[in-house]
Write a protein that binds this ligand. Structure first.
Ligand SMILES: Cc1cc2nc3c(=O)[nH]c(=O)nc-3n(C[C@H](O)[C@H](O)[C@H](O)COP(=O)(O)O)c2cc1C
Length: 303
């Protein structure tokens, strides 16, 4: 008999603590590639959609990715079908996944954000909402999430639009992420998730011009893990609401570090590009470490 690893996240029961980072696992494409095996052995305990916006977006011009020695710089620019396209064509497919669905939304104004929260939150298939106020590729995302007062104003505006739990995804590109987290909590957020990507850049080796079509991008993967861990620890010490920790996690032991730092749940992003089943593997490794009464040894002692 398998052990019960379930957790309560903002009143929603999850079979375990491992989520995907928004935009890093395309469940619809994966279902096409792996068929029903994906549903039967779904790698995550809840599924977070790619961020959607009110209107459809093409995203940034290519190239959109640059591989760093320990991670990625992406400049995807939130391509998506827009709210109506998402509700019509993606939501019914995502609702077939065997885990609760979290819809990530981003608006270019508070009113836009409010419309997205109201429309997505009204759908029975949606368990929770995540506000992406932290995408470094889109100017307003940076502004909203980089400042406590801006974040509080956005959360206050959207809070009355839905009773569904509201997760605020924090940007690491803020002077004081803990202050932003406290502002989100004070304005009614039910949880915070962090980190989104860190702002970064790569130059074309021949021309010296920015490599990425969007000029700058977001750094993710093992390169950001130490920064993410520190921010998760400082945010966890600053708020009462649950913290979902992510940033460069690629093993169960690293996930355990985020839990030790205060995360109630963790998310896997870049590692899923290398190994689409990473979520399941990391969940199993984490479960094996989390034996009752033991505290996992620090990751640094493991070679
Ligand atoms: C290719 C790519 C696309 C992403 N798209 C989104 C997105 O749409 N919305 C969002 O909130 N975060 C997005 N992220 C950020 C991830 O969800 C995650 O916060 C970040 O990558 C840190 O985790 P990781 O180091 O495990 O990847 C994206 C990251 C990558 C690499």
């Amino acid at each position: 008999m398998s052990e019960d690893r379930s957790i309560d996240l903002c009143g929603v029961r999850l079979r375990g603590p491992v989520l995907n980072g928004s935009g890093t696992f395309d469940a619809i494409a994966a279902r096409r590639a792996f068929g029903d095996a994906l549903v039967e052995r779904f790698p995550f305990d809840a599924f977070v959609s790619k961020t959607i916006t009110l209107e459809p977006r093409q995203g940034n011009p290519p190239p959109r990715l640059w591989e760093t020695p320990a991670g990625l710089i992406n400049s995807i620019g939130l391509p998506n079908k827009g709210l109506d396209g998402f509700l019509e064509s993606d939501l019914p497919q995502l609702a077939e996944l065997p885990v609760p669905l979290i819809v990530s939304v981003m608006g270019f104004s508070r009113d836009e954000l409010a419309r997205l929260v109201a429309a997505a939150g009204a759908r029975g298939e949606v368990a929770m909402l995540e506000l992406n106020v932290s995408c470094p590729n889109v100017e307003t995302g940076l502004v909203m999430g980089a400042d406590p007062a801006e974040t509080a104003a956005a959360v206050e505006r959207v809070r009355p639009e839905s009773e569904k739990p509201l997760i605020v995804k924090l940007t690491p590109n803020a002077a004081d992420p803990a202050a932003v987290a406290r502002a989100a909590e004070g304005a009614g957020a039910d949880a915070v998730s962090l980190v989104n990507t860190l702002k970064g850049m790569a130059l074309h080796p021949q021309t010296g011009e920015p490599w990425l079509g969007g000029r700058t991008g977001g750094v993710s993967g093992p390169a950001v893990r130490a920064i993410a861990l520190e921010q998760v620890a400082s945010v966890s010490a600053s708020v009462e609401i649950p913290v979902i920790g992510m940033g460069g996690i690629s093993t169960g032991r690293q996930a355990a570090d985020f839990v030790a730092a205060g995360a109630a749940a963790i998310a896997i992003g870049t590692e899923s590009f290398r190994d689409p089943a990473a979520g399941r593997r990391i969940a199993a490794e984490l479960a094996a470490l989390a034996l009752p009464g033991t505290h996992p040894a620090p990751a640094s002692t493991v070679v």
